[in-house]
Design a protein around this ligand. Structure first.
Ligand code: ADP
Ligand code: MG
Ligand code: ZN
Length: 615
């Protein structure tokens, strides 16, 4: 983007220089003419001839250049065109005799003279015009598009370098299977055409940011060995009106001359929004761009081997016209990876990195629920940086685990000073969570307990998630008790509660509400679910909740929620009262060492025979 604006600068400079030179030259010509006299009235010349003042007259066309005897002045005059010099003098009343002493020379009329006049009058107009033209263009084109607006900025990754393959995309086996077909079609279109099969034109990749949509699209091109044209939906809209559509035309034009190939449209929701829908208002430019995409897709001949892959994380807002058969009629979902998927992604990204022997990728996968591919790539990079800063030659488990916490909660805040009282309170709070978790049957094992603050949290218990476990009612009930463990410990030990428990309470309330209203897990309300939720299941996001129940039911829901929480609270308190010794021991250790790992924690807990609480 640097070169066009540089070129523009150059054009400016040249134009300015030319204008300057012109102005300068016209100024200097005027100053030279001190000795030059323009003679308008030819009778003046007649008088001068009569007085014998004139030495010579040079005639060039109609121009007369008059040289004087006693002065170095030069006079200029113009005779009437079409009238000969002799006739002119006769009209002025000068006889041939009077002219005898005046030397008269003729030279052919100069072309340059005429050109000079033309240039002198037209050039400045042209220059000023050009100057303004460029200024206007510059202003319109936002600085860098003056020479190439309308051209799509699709980048070509040529087919001779298909570096990414399906092997580089881990944990998305179903998506790969679906796309295998696309690869086959790009490689051997005849096979499908001979059977009269309608070839897929568009594939829509749906998934949260960082789940590998772009990577997967590239891998399809890599596997098939075809060129990959990519453009982002937001690039279509950023420019001024009319350009989006012409970019689409240009992009498809480029692609057609490079077929077979893949066109990748990232963030298609930026242009493909439901037309005329309220969100963001109607936007002509966007609609034109979208229409052009539809026109181009429909205009494909069946023998054009182009597959269009589009990516979005908002399939719900796409215009239905995009999803019609013959357009993006195939959807491939790039899900958040599960434990096995994450382990596979870890495997891909630790390739070529020096790992210590203690690194266990399966454990890492269990420590990173909710992480997507991009997060995992990022965390391995963080771990490598940590290892380098610690002057290690290998990346160890401790670096990886720290990197996870960093990515999840932000950096440690070791510098934050805790008063001894605050430290003691936090130690009991976190120990409460951990002890409750240990003595419940359906909770995840504790991987680490710490009172070193990180991000917003004052301390935390890190569970080793078991995603295989079914979210049964018992598991969720135990989860509730685990959330309340910190607060309960504060109550049991100090008899009061602090504000540190507020986040726990929020989590507990949300979980209890979901159990009652959506999962049918309450005694009183049974199997009914309440509240219509607009939720994107695989995106795990709740957009809105409609209250489709009465005040009466709302009250019952509140009662059931309260019941669940009270019960969980009771169970947590019971465990902590019974296991007071363990709680004290762990809290003491935390105050000394700040962090207790899984092995140490277990050793502390099994010290005496564990008494399992009634569930
Ligand atoms: P999206 O386009 O869905 O936002 P990207 O394809 O840009 O995500 O992913 C960003 C990076 O995350 C990729 O370059 C890759 O390194 C990593 N990544 C994401 N998903 C995976 C995966 N399934 N396997 C391996 N790496 C992945
Ligand atoms: Mg992307
Ligand atoms: Zn807590």
């Amino acid at each position: 983007m640097g070169s066009p604006s540089f070129r523009n600068g150059l054009v400016y400079l040249i134009l300015l220089a030319m204008l300057g030179a012109f102005l300068f030259s016209s100024v200097t010509r005027n100053s030279e003419s001190v000795n030059e006299v323009q003679i308008k009235d030819l009778n003046v010349i007649a008088t001068q001839i009569n007085d014998g003042d004139i030495a010579s007259i040079k005639v060039q066309g109609d121009e007369l250049e008059i040289h004087y005897r006693h002065s170095d002045r030069i006079g200029f005059a113009r005779k009437e065109s079409g009238v000969s010099l002799t006739d002119t003098f006769t009209r002025l009343g000068i006889t041939a005799d009077e002219l005898r002493d005046v030397e008269i020379t003729f030279s052919p009329p100069s072309r340059w003279e005429n050109w000079g006049i033309i240039l002198g009058t037209i050039l400045p107009i042209v220059l000023i015009g050009a100057f303004f033209f460029f200024v206007m263009r510059q202003a319109q084109g936002a600085g860098n598009q003056a020479f190439s607006f309308g051209k799509s900025r699709a980048r070509v990754i040529t087919s001779d370098k298909p570096t990414v393959t399906f092997d580089d995309v881990a944990g998305a086996e179903e998506a790969k299977e679906e796309l295998e077909e696309v690869v086959e079609f790009l490689q051997e279109p005849e096979k499908f055409a001979s059977l009269g099969a309608r070839i897929p034109k568009g594939v829509l990749m749906v998934g949260q940011p960082g789940t590998g949509k772009t990577l997967m699209a590239k891998a399809v091109a890599g596997e098939a060995g075809v060129p990959f044209f990519s453009i982002s939906g937001s690039e279509f809209v950023e420019m001024f009106v009319g350009v989006g559509a012409s970019r689409v035309r240009d992009l498809f034009g480029q692609a057609k001359s490079n077929s077979p190939c893949i066109i990748f449209i990232d963030e298609i929701d930026a242009v493909g929004r439901h037309r005329g829908a309220g969100l963001g208002g109607s936007h002509d430019e966007r609609e034109q761009t979208l229409n052009q995409i539809l026109v181009e897709m429909d205009g494909f001949d069946t023998d054009t081997n182009i597959i269009i892959i589009a990516a979005t994380n908002r399939p719900d807002i796409l215009d239905p016209a995009l999803l019609r058969p013959g357009r993006f009629d195939r959807q491939v979902v790039m899900d958040r990876p599960d434990v096995r998927g994450r382990e596979a992604i870890f495997n891909v990204h630790v390739r070529g990195k020096p790992l210590a022997d203690d690194v266990n990728l399966a454990t890492l996968a269990r420590l990173t629920p909710g992480f997507v591919g991009a997060d995992i790539e990022n965390l391995i990079n963080e771990a490598a940086i940590l290892a380098a800063r610690r002057n290690k030659r290998l990346i160890g488990m401790s670096e990886l685990q720290e990197a996870i916490e960093r990515v999840q909660m932000g950096p440690e805040r070791r510098s934050r000073l805790m008063s001894p009282a605050e430290k003691k309170l936090t130690a009991y709070h976190e120990a409460g969570h951990a002890v409750v978790s240990y003595f419940l049957q359906h909770t995840d094992p504790v991987q680490k307990v710490t009172i070193v603050p990180r991000g917003m949290a004052g301390g935390y218990v890190m569970p080793l998630f078991d995603e295989e476990a079914v979210n049964s009612r018992n598991r969720l009930r135990d989860q509730l008790a685990f959330f309340l463990g910190g607060r309960s410990a504060e109550e049991v030990v100090f008899g009061t509660v602090t504000t540190g428990a507020s986040n726990d309470m929020e989590q507990a309330t949300n979980l209890a509400r979901t159990m009652v209203a959506s999962l049918g897990m309450s005694d009183g309300l049974g199997l009914l679910t309440f509240g219509q939720r607009d939720e994107l299941i695989f995106l795990g996001r709740e957009i809105s909740e409609q209250h489709n129940y009465s005040e009466d039911i709302a009250e019952q829901i509140d009662n059931e929620v309260r019941k669940l929480i009270t019960e969980a609270h009771e169970r947590a308190r019971q465990i902590l009262t019974r296991q007071r010794e363990k709680l004290e021991e762990l809290a003491k250790r935390l105050q000394e060492d700040e962090t207790v790992d899984a092995v140490e924690f277990k050793a502390l807990m099994v010290d005496t025979a564990p008494a399992t609480a009634a569930s």
